[in-house]
Design a protein around this ligand. Structure first.
Ligand code: ADP
Ligand code: MG
Length: 602
């Protein structure tokens, strides 16, 4: 029964529940309930922003409350001191918060999660003390009172209208954010923490993605701040204590980080439940602490994650008793239909880059990984790179793709010098690769991982995606069809929706190849694609390389599997201890006495 319920159906169930929860408060005609519901809506907006930052991009921020404060104070200063209307002040409040959020991103460009957490916490403390110190601007401890309500038709909104306004903003923001996260930006964001090298080698710059995530989440925090200011009619430093920042991080974690419903569920759980337990107010902190411990142990992916896992069974049990299978409700998106194989192997026009390295050198401490490698790979050929473990093969690929800049020497792509350029720039010239240990975005589906490969080819802007304009829509549809084609090409169609992180090793390798091909590369670098493959997968790889060979694409293949190399390679270069032993046709290179010596050590 449970398998008949698709994720789409589960999401719909959750959506319906949330809509019901949203229309309930005005029906109570109770001012207190309306006020609480309005604040909950505002908190959802703020948590939604933090979810982008923490849940998707993996950046821990313990300073988010400060960004809310910045938005609230900006709106208060503009309305109270300068007589602006709320509507006029909202944009600047978001902009100022976004700018401050961008500043907060700077340490994130260099620091690990835990250091970043401390820095953002310190940042929140600085902002907190500025709120009381900059008395002329902020009114010191007394804050700013008399923040006006938004007006419509010359009259301030009623409590109920304010609630509907917040609700409308929540709906619009959810839609915009979901659209952005469904685009290439969203895919790449999830790799910023989990697999930054993979993100870079598809042509995305983690630095820019981080700044984007900070600014977007800060803008939402600013919006939330402005709304809080107008809802309360005042701002004081006490409204934004340090716990405020912790609160939002907990909301995101408890709701389910990186899940659309997370901010909703987390805010409801965190805000409404204690509100209902009003008599237990003194125990609130203890209840939070215990709840957090229990949740982290038993519900590691938050409420949204638990629902994904157990929801179908619960619903099935509740609706059991002779119900038919809910097939009608299951809308299977065309994505997963076995795609017509859309000529998966079309490479770019003018393809097949020539790769040349000259005197490439790189050491790690005392270890010489590359001792002056000259390599020449002709366009449109498969060039194998073999050699014992530790001979520098992976380092060579890293040097070519920019991940490990060489200390000396040059890398030329059809005459263009790329030595020491950023990996994302090199990727954009048409270079794709796979890794010796597959680097996938573990939380994304196999299909999404393939889609990531097209990052550098996508032309539609983030704004067009956010607004779901037709251009973004049609580009996405074409790319999805193409990605489904590549997935089929490597035999992984049945796993289109499976998170890449739980695929068996061999499948992960093949998935990486599909992702690399999705870039329509002009130079494809593969690092031991056959390692750990089953015989069936090996046969698949063999066929795949033969098809690739029929294309005008240059391939540099690092491989231990000598039969495979002999079967598909046009040329073989043998590395040993960071230097070239031989470079020749397979029949010659693989039988060279020095090669046998290096391999067999005899
Ligand atoms: P291969 O891929 O041929 O097995 P590698 O290029 O991975 O060889 O490694 C070549 C040498 O460089 C090895 O001695 C390895 O230990 C060393 N090495 C590679 N990468 C690093 C690194 N990031 N830090 C330290 N040493 C490294
Ligand atoms: Mg290696």
């Amino acid at each position: 029964m449970s398998e008949s319920m698709s994720p789409a159906f589960r999401r719909t169930g959750l959506g319906v529940a949330l809509v019901l929860a949203a229309v309930l408060p005005p029906l109570t005609r109770d001012g207190y309930v309306l006020h609480v519901a309005t604040v909950v809506g505002i908190y959802v907006l703020i948590a939604m922003g933090l979810n982008v930052l923490f849940g998707y991009a993996g950046q821990v921020s313990l300073g988010h409350g400060a960004l809310v404060a910045v938005g609230a104070y900006t709106a208060a200063v503009l309305t109270v001191d300068h007589g602006w209307s709320f509507w006029a002040a909202v944009g600047p409040a978001m902009a100022v918060s976004a700018a401050v959020g961008g500043l907060m991103a700077l340490p994130a460009l260099r620091l690990s999660s835990w250091h970043l957490a401390l820095i953002t916490l310190a940042f929140a403390m600085v902002v907190g003390s500025l709120l009381t110190e900059l008395r002329d601007l902020t009114g010191g401890f007394a804050g700013i009172i008399g923040v006006p309500l938004p007006e419509a038709g010359g009259r301030p909104l009623t409590e109920e209208q304010l609630y509907w306004l917040v609700l409308a903003l929540v709906v619009v923001a959810t839609w915009l954010v979901a659209n952005v996260l469904r685009s290439r930006i969203g895919r790449a964001l999830t790799g910023v923490r989990d697999a930054p090298d993979a993100v870079r080698t598809v042509g995305a710059a983690p630095v820019r993605l981080k700044i984007f995530a900070f600014c977007l989440s800060a803008a939402l925090a600013g919006l939330g701040g402005a709304l809080l200011a107008t809802t309360r009619g005042m701002v004081t430093p006490d409204d934004f204590p340090i716990e405020f920042s912790l609160f939002f991080l907990l909301v995101v974690i408890i709701g389910g980080a990186g899940r659309t419903a997370g901010p909703f569920l987390g805010t409801l759980a965190f805000f409404v439940v204690p509100e209902l337990l009003d008599d237990l107010a003194e125990w609130r902190l203890l209840i939070y602490a215990v709840a957090l411990l229990v949740l982290i142990v038993y519900v590691p992916h938050g409420i949204a994650g638990a629902w994904e896992e157990h929801g179908p069974r619960i619903v099935a049990r509740l609706t059991a008793g002779g119900r038919h299978r809910s097939e009608g409700a299951v809308a299977v998106p065309s994505v997963d239909a076995p795609a017509p194989r859309p000529t998966p192997m079309t490479s770019r026009p003018g393809s097949g880059l020539r790769l040349r390295t000259t005197d490439l050198r790189r050491s790690f401490g005392g270890v010489r990984a590359l001792g002056g490698v000259d390599l020449s790979v002709e366009p449109g050929t498969i060039h194998a790179l073999v050699g014992p473990n530790g001979s520098g093969k992976t380092t060579l690929l890293n040097a070519v793709t920019g991940l490990v800049p060489p200390e000396r020497g040059r890398v030329l792509l059809s005459g263009t010098e790329v030595s020491r350029q950023a990996p994302e720039r090199i990727a954009r010239l048409g270079v794709a690769r796979t890794f010796q240990t597959p680097l996938l975005l573990p939380r994304l589906s196999a299909l999404e991982n393939v889609l990531l490969g097209a990052y550098a080819r996508e032309r539609v802007s983030v704004v067009e995606h956010a607004l779901a304009l037709p251009r973004g829509w049609s580009e996405s549809r074409l790319l999805r069809e193409e990605a489904a084609g590549y997935l089929d090409f490597v035999g992984l169609t049945p796993y289109a929706r499976t998170p890449a992180g739980i695929l068996p090793h061999g499948n992960q390798r093949l998935l990486e190849i599909a992702r690399a091909l999705m870039a329509r590369p002009r130079l494809l670098l593969m690092d031991e694609p056959a390692a750990g493959l089953s015989p069936a997968e090996l046969a698949m790889l063999d066929g795949l390389l033969r098809e690739i060979r029929a294309q005008d694409m240059t391939v540099l293949l690092v491989e231990h599997h000598i039969e495979l190399v002999a079967a598909v390679a046009d040329q073989v270069t043998v590395l040993d201890a960071g230097v070239t032993l031989v470079s020749a046709e397979p029949s010659i290179a693989l039988h060279d006495a020095r090669v046998l010596h290096a391999y067999l050590g005899s």
